[in-house]
Design a protein around this ligand. Structure first.
Ligand code: NAD
Length: 496
């Protein structure tokens, strides 16, 4: 069976050690093995990154950007291979994987602007004959730890920007879909990146803890579930590292009585069931304001869901694929059962579906649950599956209160024709990314991505302007070159 190893100092390597199966979620079969790095292997990767840092830091920023530009071209040239790798290990449909890759490439495009982004700030004559400027210096070795659900895009949120800022990088991708990261590393090398600047270690908790404990690692970017994000953030901070840790989500869409319900239904289908609901921005709860709109919405959703097609990634007419593992399938179905037992109404039931030719795949069908209440566990938890729940409330204030009371605050959306209501909502809701008639308000690459409350630990969001700040430290230099003949006396007061 093929073994997916690591990429250290410009080479793939497969040292002896622990391994884990990598499944194809559509067939349900283990088709590869992934090596789980020991702390020794992680240390090798960090030392390789540390050794490459001095020269990379001093490489002109325009040259760093040129390599990133070549990388972008290679990503486009090899897009079909990347999409196939994502499909075979994650299971998402090829058009969905293409969308993920495109959003990732946009982050590479943003990173190509590094010469402009790193120009710093300059002030002349802050005092007589004194100039002052701030520059943004790289941190050193930085690490990225990423989730299974975007094996290309989330790593691309991190390392292109970190690299053009002059850092060297160690990526620890999800052990459930590890091949994409190795492929990206090979493309970076082909683009001209010097050996050691970018390294990949595959692995599990042992690899993550080794990165957290390694004092050469100066910063950690993490994306994954909230309990692990909190753990990473706490432990990285205790070790004196800079850390941004993005966690889980429960994203609500408010549907107001005046909304265009047909449009809302169309938008909700993609936002709730696309990628089998395994997106941190998936809309998993509809909050319908008033029973009249709720009834129409549920009725139209039920009809529209009959047309959804579930299947394997390489059949482009499918709408979404399997979930990631057999355990995850059980977990998602368990939440549907719990909602039923706690009194909610299962309108469309995706449990126990079978896909012809893929009977052992980890498929869950699109599920719609009505009359969900806030105290139900299916509402409180992030299900991360193709499950859309409907909560009925009486007013927009009730809907906003519900959203604000939830532990997560990643994304949200309002469907309305009322500009005043939309403005009030976006201004006041306690959520980091807000859509107005836009169901998946994922910021473009030149803004930054991040949730509020327990969806993000840290001060800076991912990529965009916040990404530049995260991967650099500010140094401010104040300079005077006394001209001959001008000598000032000694001053003991604070400079003003
Ligand atoms: P996960 O938390 O299980 O794993 C994420 C990473 O942490 C992986 O690399 C994994 O190897 C590592 N990890 C897992 N358990 C660990 C442990 N005990 N100690 C140390 N490291 C550990 O997340 P996942 O299941 O891969 O991804 C899905 C989750 O990610 C969802 O909660 C989703 O909302 C979240 N997510 C969030 C965003 C965001 O931007 N906020 C984006 C994508 C995914």
């Amino acid at each position: 069976m093929k073994v997916v190893g690591h990429f250290i100092n410009g080479e793939t390597c497969t040292p002896k050690g622990r391994m884990q199966d990598v499944h194809n979620p559509a067939t349900g079969q283990a088709e590869k093995l992934v090596l789980l790095a020991s702390s020794q292997t992680v240390n090798d990767a960090v030392i390789s990154a540390q050794s490459a840092f001095p020269e990379w830091r001093n490489t002109p920023v325009s040259k760093r950007a040129r390599i990133m530009f070549a990388f972008k071209n290679l990503l486009e040239a090899h897009s079909e291979e990347i999409i196939a790798l994502i499909g075979a290990e994650h299971g998402k449909i090829s058009h969905d994987a293409a969308g993920e890759l495109q959003r990732g490439i946009e982050n590479v495009e943003f990173a190509c602007a590094a010469p402009q982004l790193l120009k710093g700030e300059h002030s002349k004559n802050v005092g007589p004959g004194i100039d002052s400027w701030s520059e943004f210096q790289p941190l050193g070795v930085v690490a990225g730890i990423t989730p299974f659900n975007f094996p290309a895009m989330v790593p691309l949120w991190m390392f292109p920007l970190a690299l053009v800022c002059g850092n060297t990088f160690v990526l620890k991708p999800s052990e459930r879909d590890p091949s994409c990261a190795i492929f990206l590393a090979k493309l970076l090398k082909e683009a001209g990146l010097p050996d050691g600047v970018f390294n990949v270690v595959n692995g599990d908790k042992e690899a993550v803890d080794s990165l957290l404990d390694n004092e050469r690692v100066k910063a950690i970017s993490f994306v994954g579930s909230t309990p692990i994000a909190e753990y990473i953030y706490t432990r990285a901070n205790a070790a004196g590292k800079r850390c941004q840790a993005l966690g889980g989500a429960k994203n609500h869409a408010i549907v107001m009585p005046d909304a265009d319900v047909d449009n809302a239904v169309n938008q909700l289908l993609g936002a709730a069931f696309g990628s089998s609901g395994e997106r941190c921005m998936a809309l998993s709860v509809v909050v319908a304001v008033g029973n009249e709109v709720a009834d129409r919405l549920v009725d139209k959703l039920q009809t529209a869901m009959l047309g959804l097609k579930v299947g394997a990634f390489d059949e482009a007419s499918n709408d979404f694929g399997p979930v990631i593992t057999a355990q995850h399938k059980d977990k998602v179905e368990g939440y549907i059962t719990s909602a039923e037992q706690q009194g909610a109404q299962i309108v469309v039931d995706g449990r126990q579906i079978s896909v012809a030719g893929y009977e052992d795949g980890f498929f869950v069908g699109a599920t719609l649950i009505d009359h969900v209440l806030p105290q139900m566990s299916s509402y409180q938890a992030e299900i991360f599956g193709p499950v859309l729940q409907v909560i009925r409330v009486e007013s927009m204030q009730d809907a906003m209160q519900l959203i604000d009371d939830h532990e997560y605050g990643n994304g949200t959306c309002i469907f309305t024709r009322d500009g005043e209501a939309a403005r009030f909502f976006s201004d006041n809701i306690q959520v980091g990314m807000v859509g107005i008639n836009v169901p998946l308000p994922v910021p473009v690459s030149y803004h930054s991505f991040g949730g509020w409350k327990r969806s993000l630990f840290g001060d800076l969001h991912a990529y965009g302007p916040d990404g530049v700040r995260f991967y650099t430290k500010r140094k401010t230099i104040t300079q005077r070159w006394p001209s001959s003949g001008v000598r000032e006396g000694v001053s003991f007061s604070f400079p003003s």
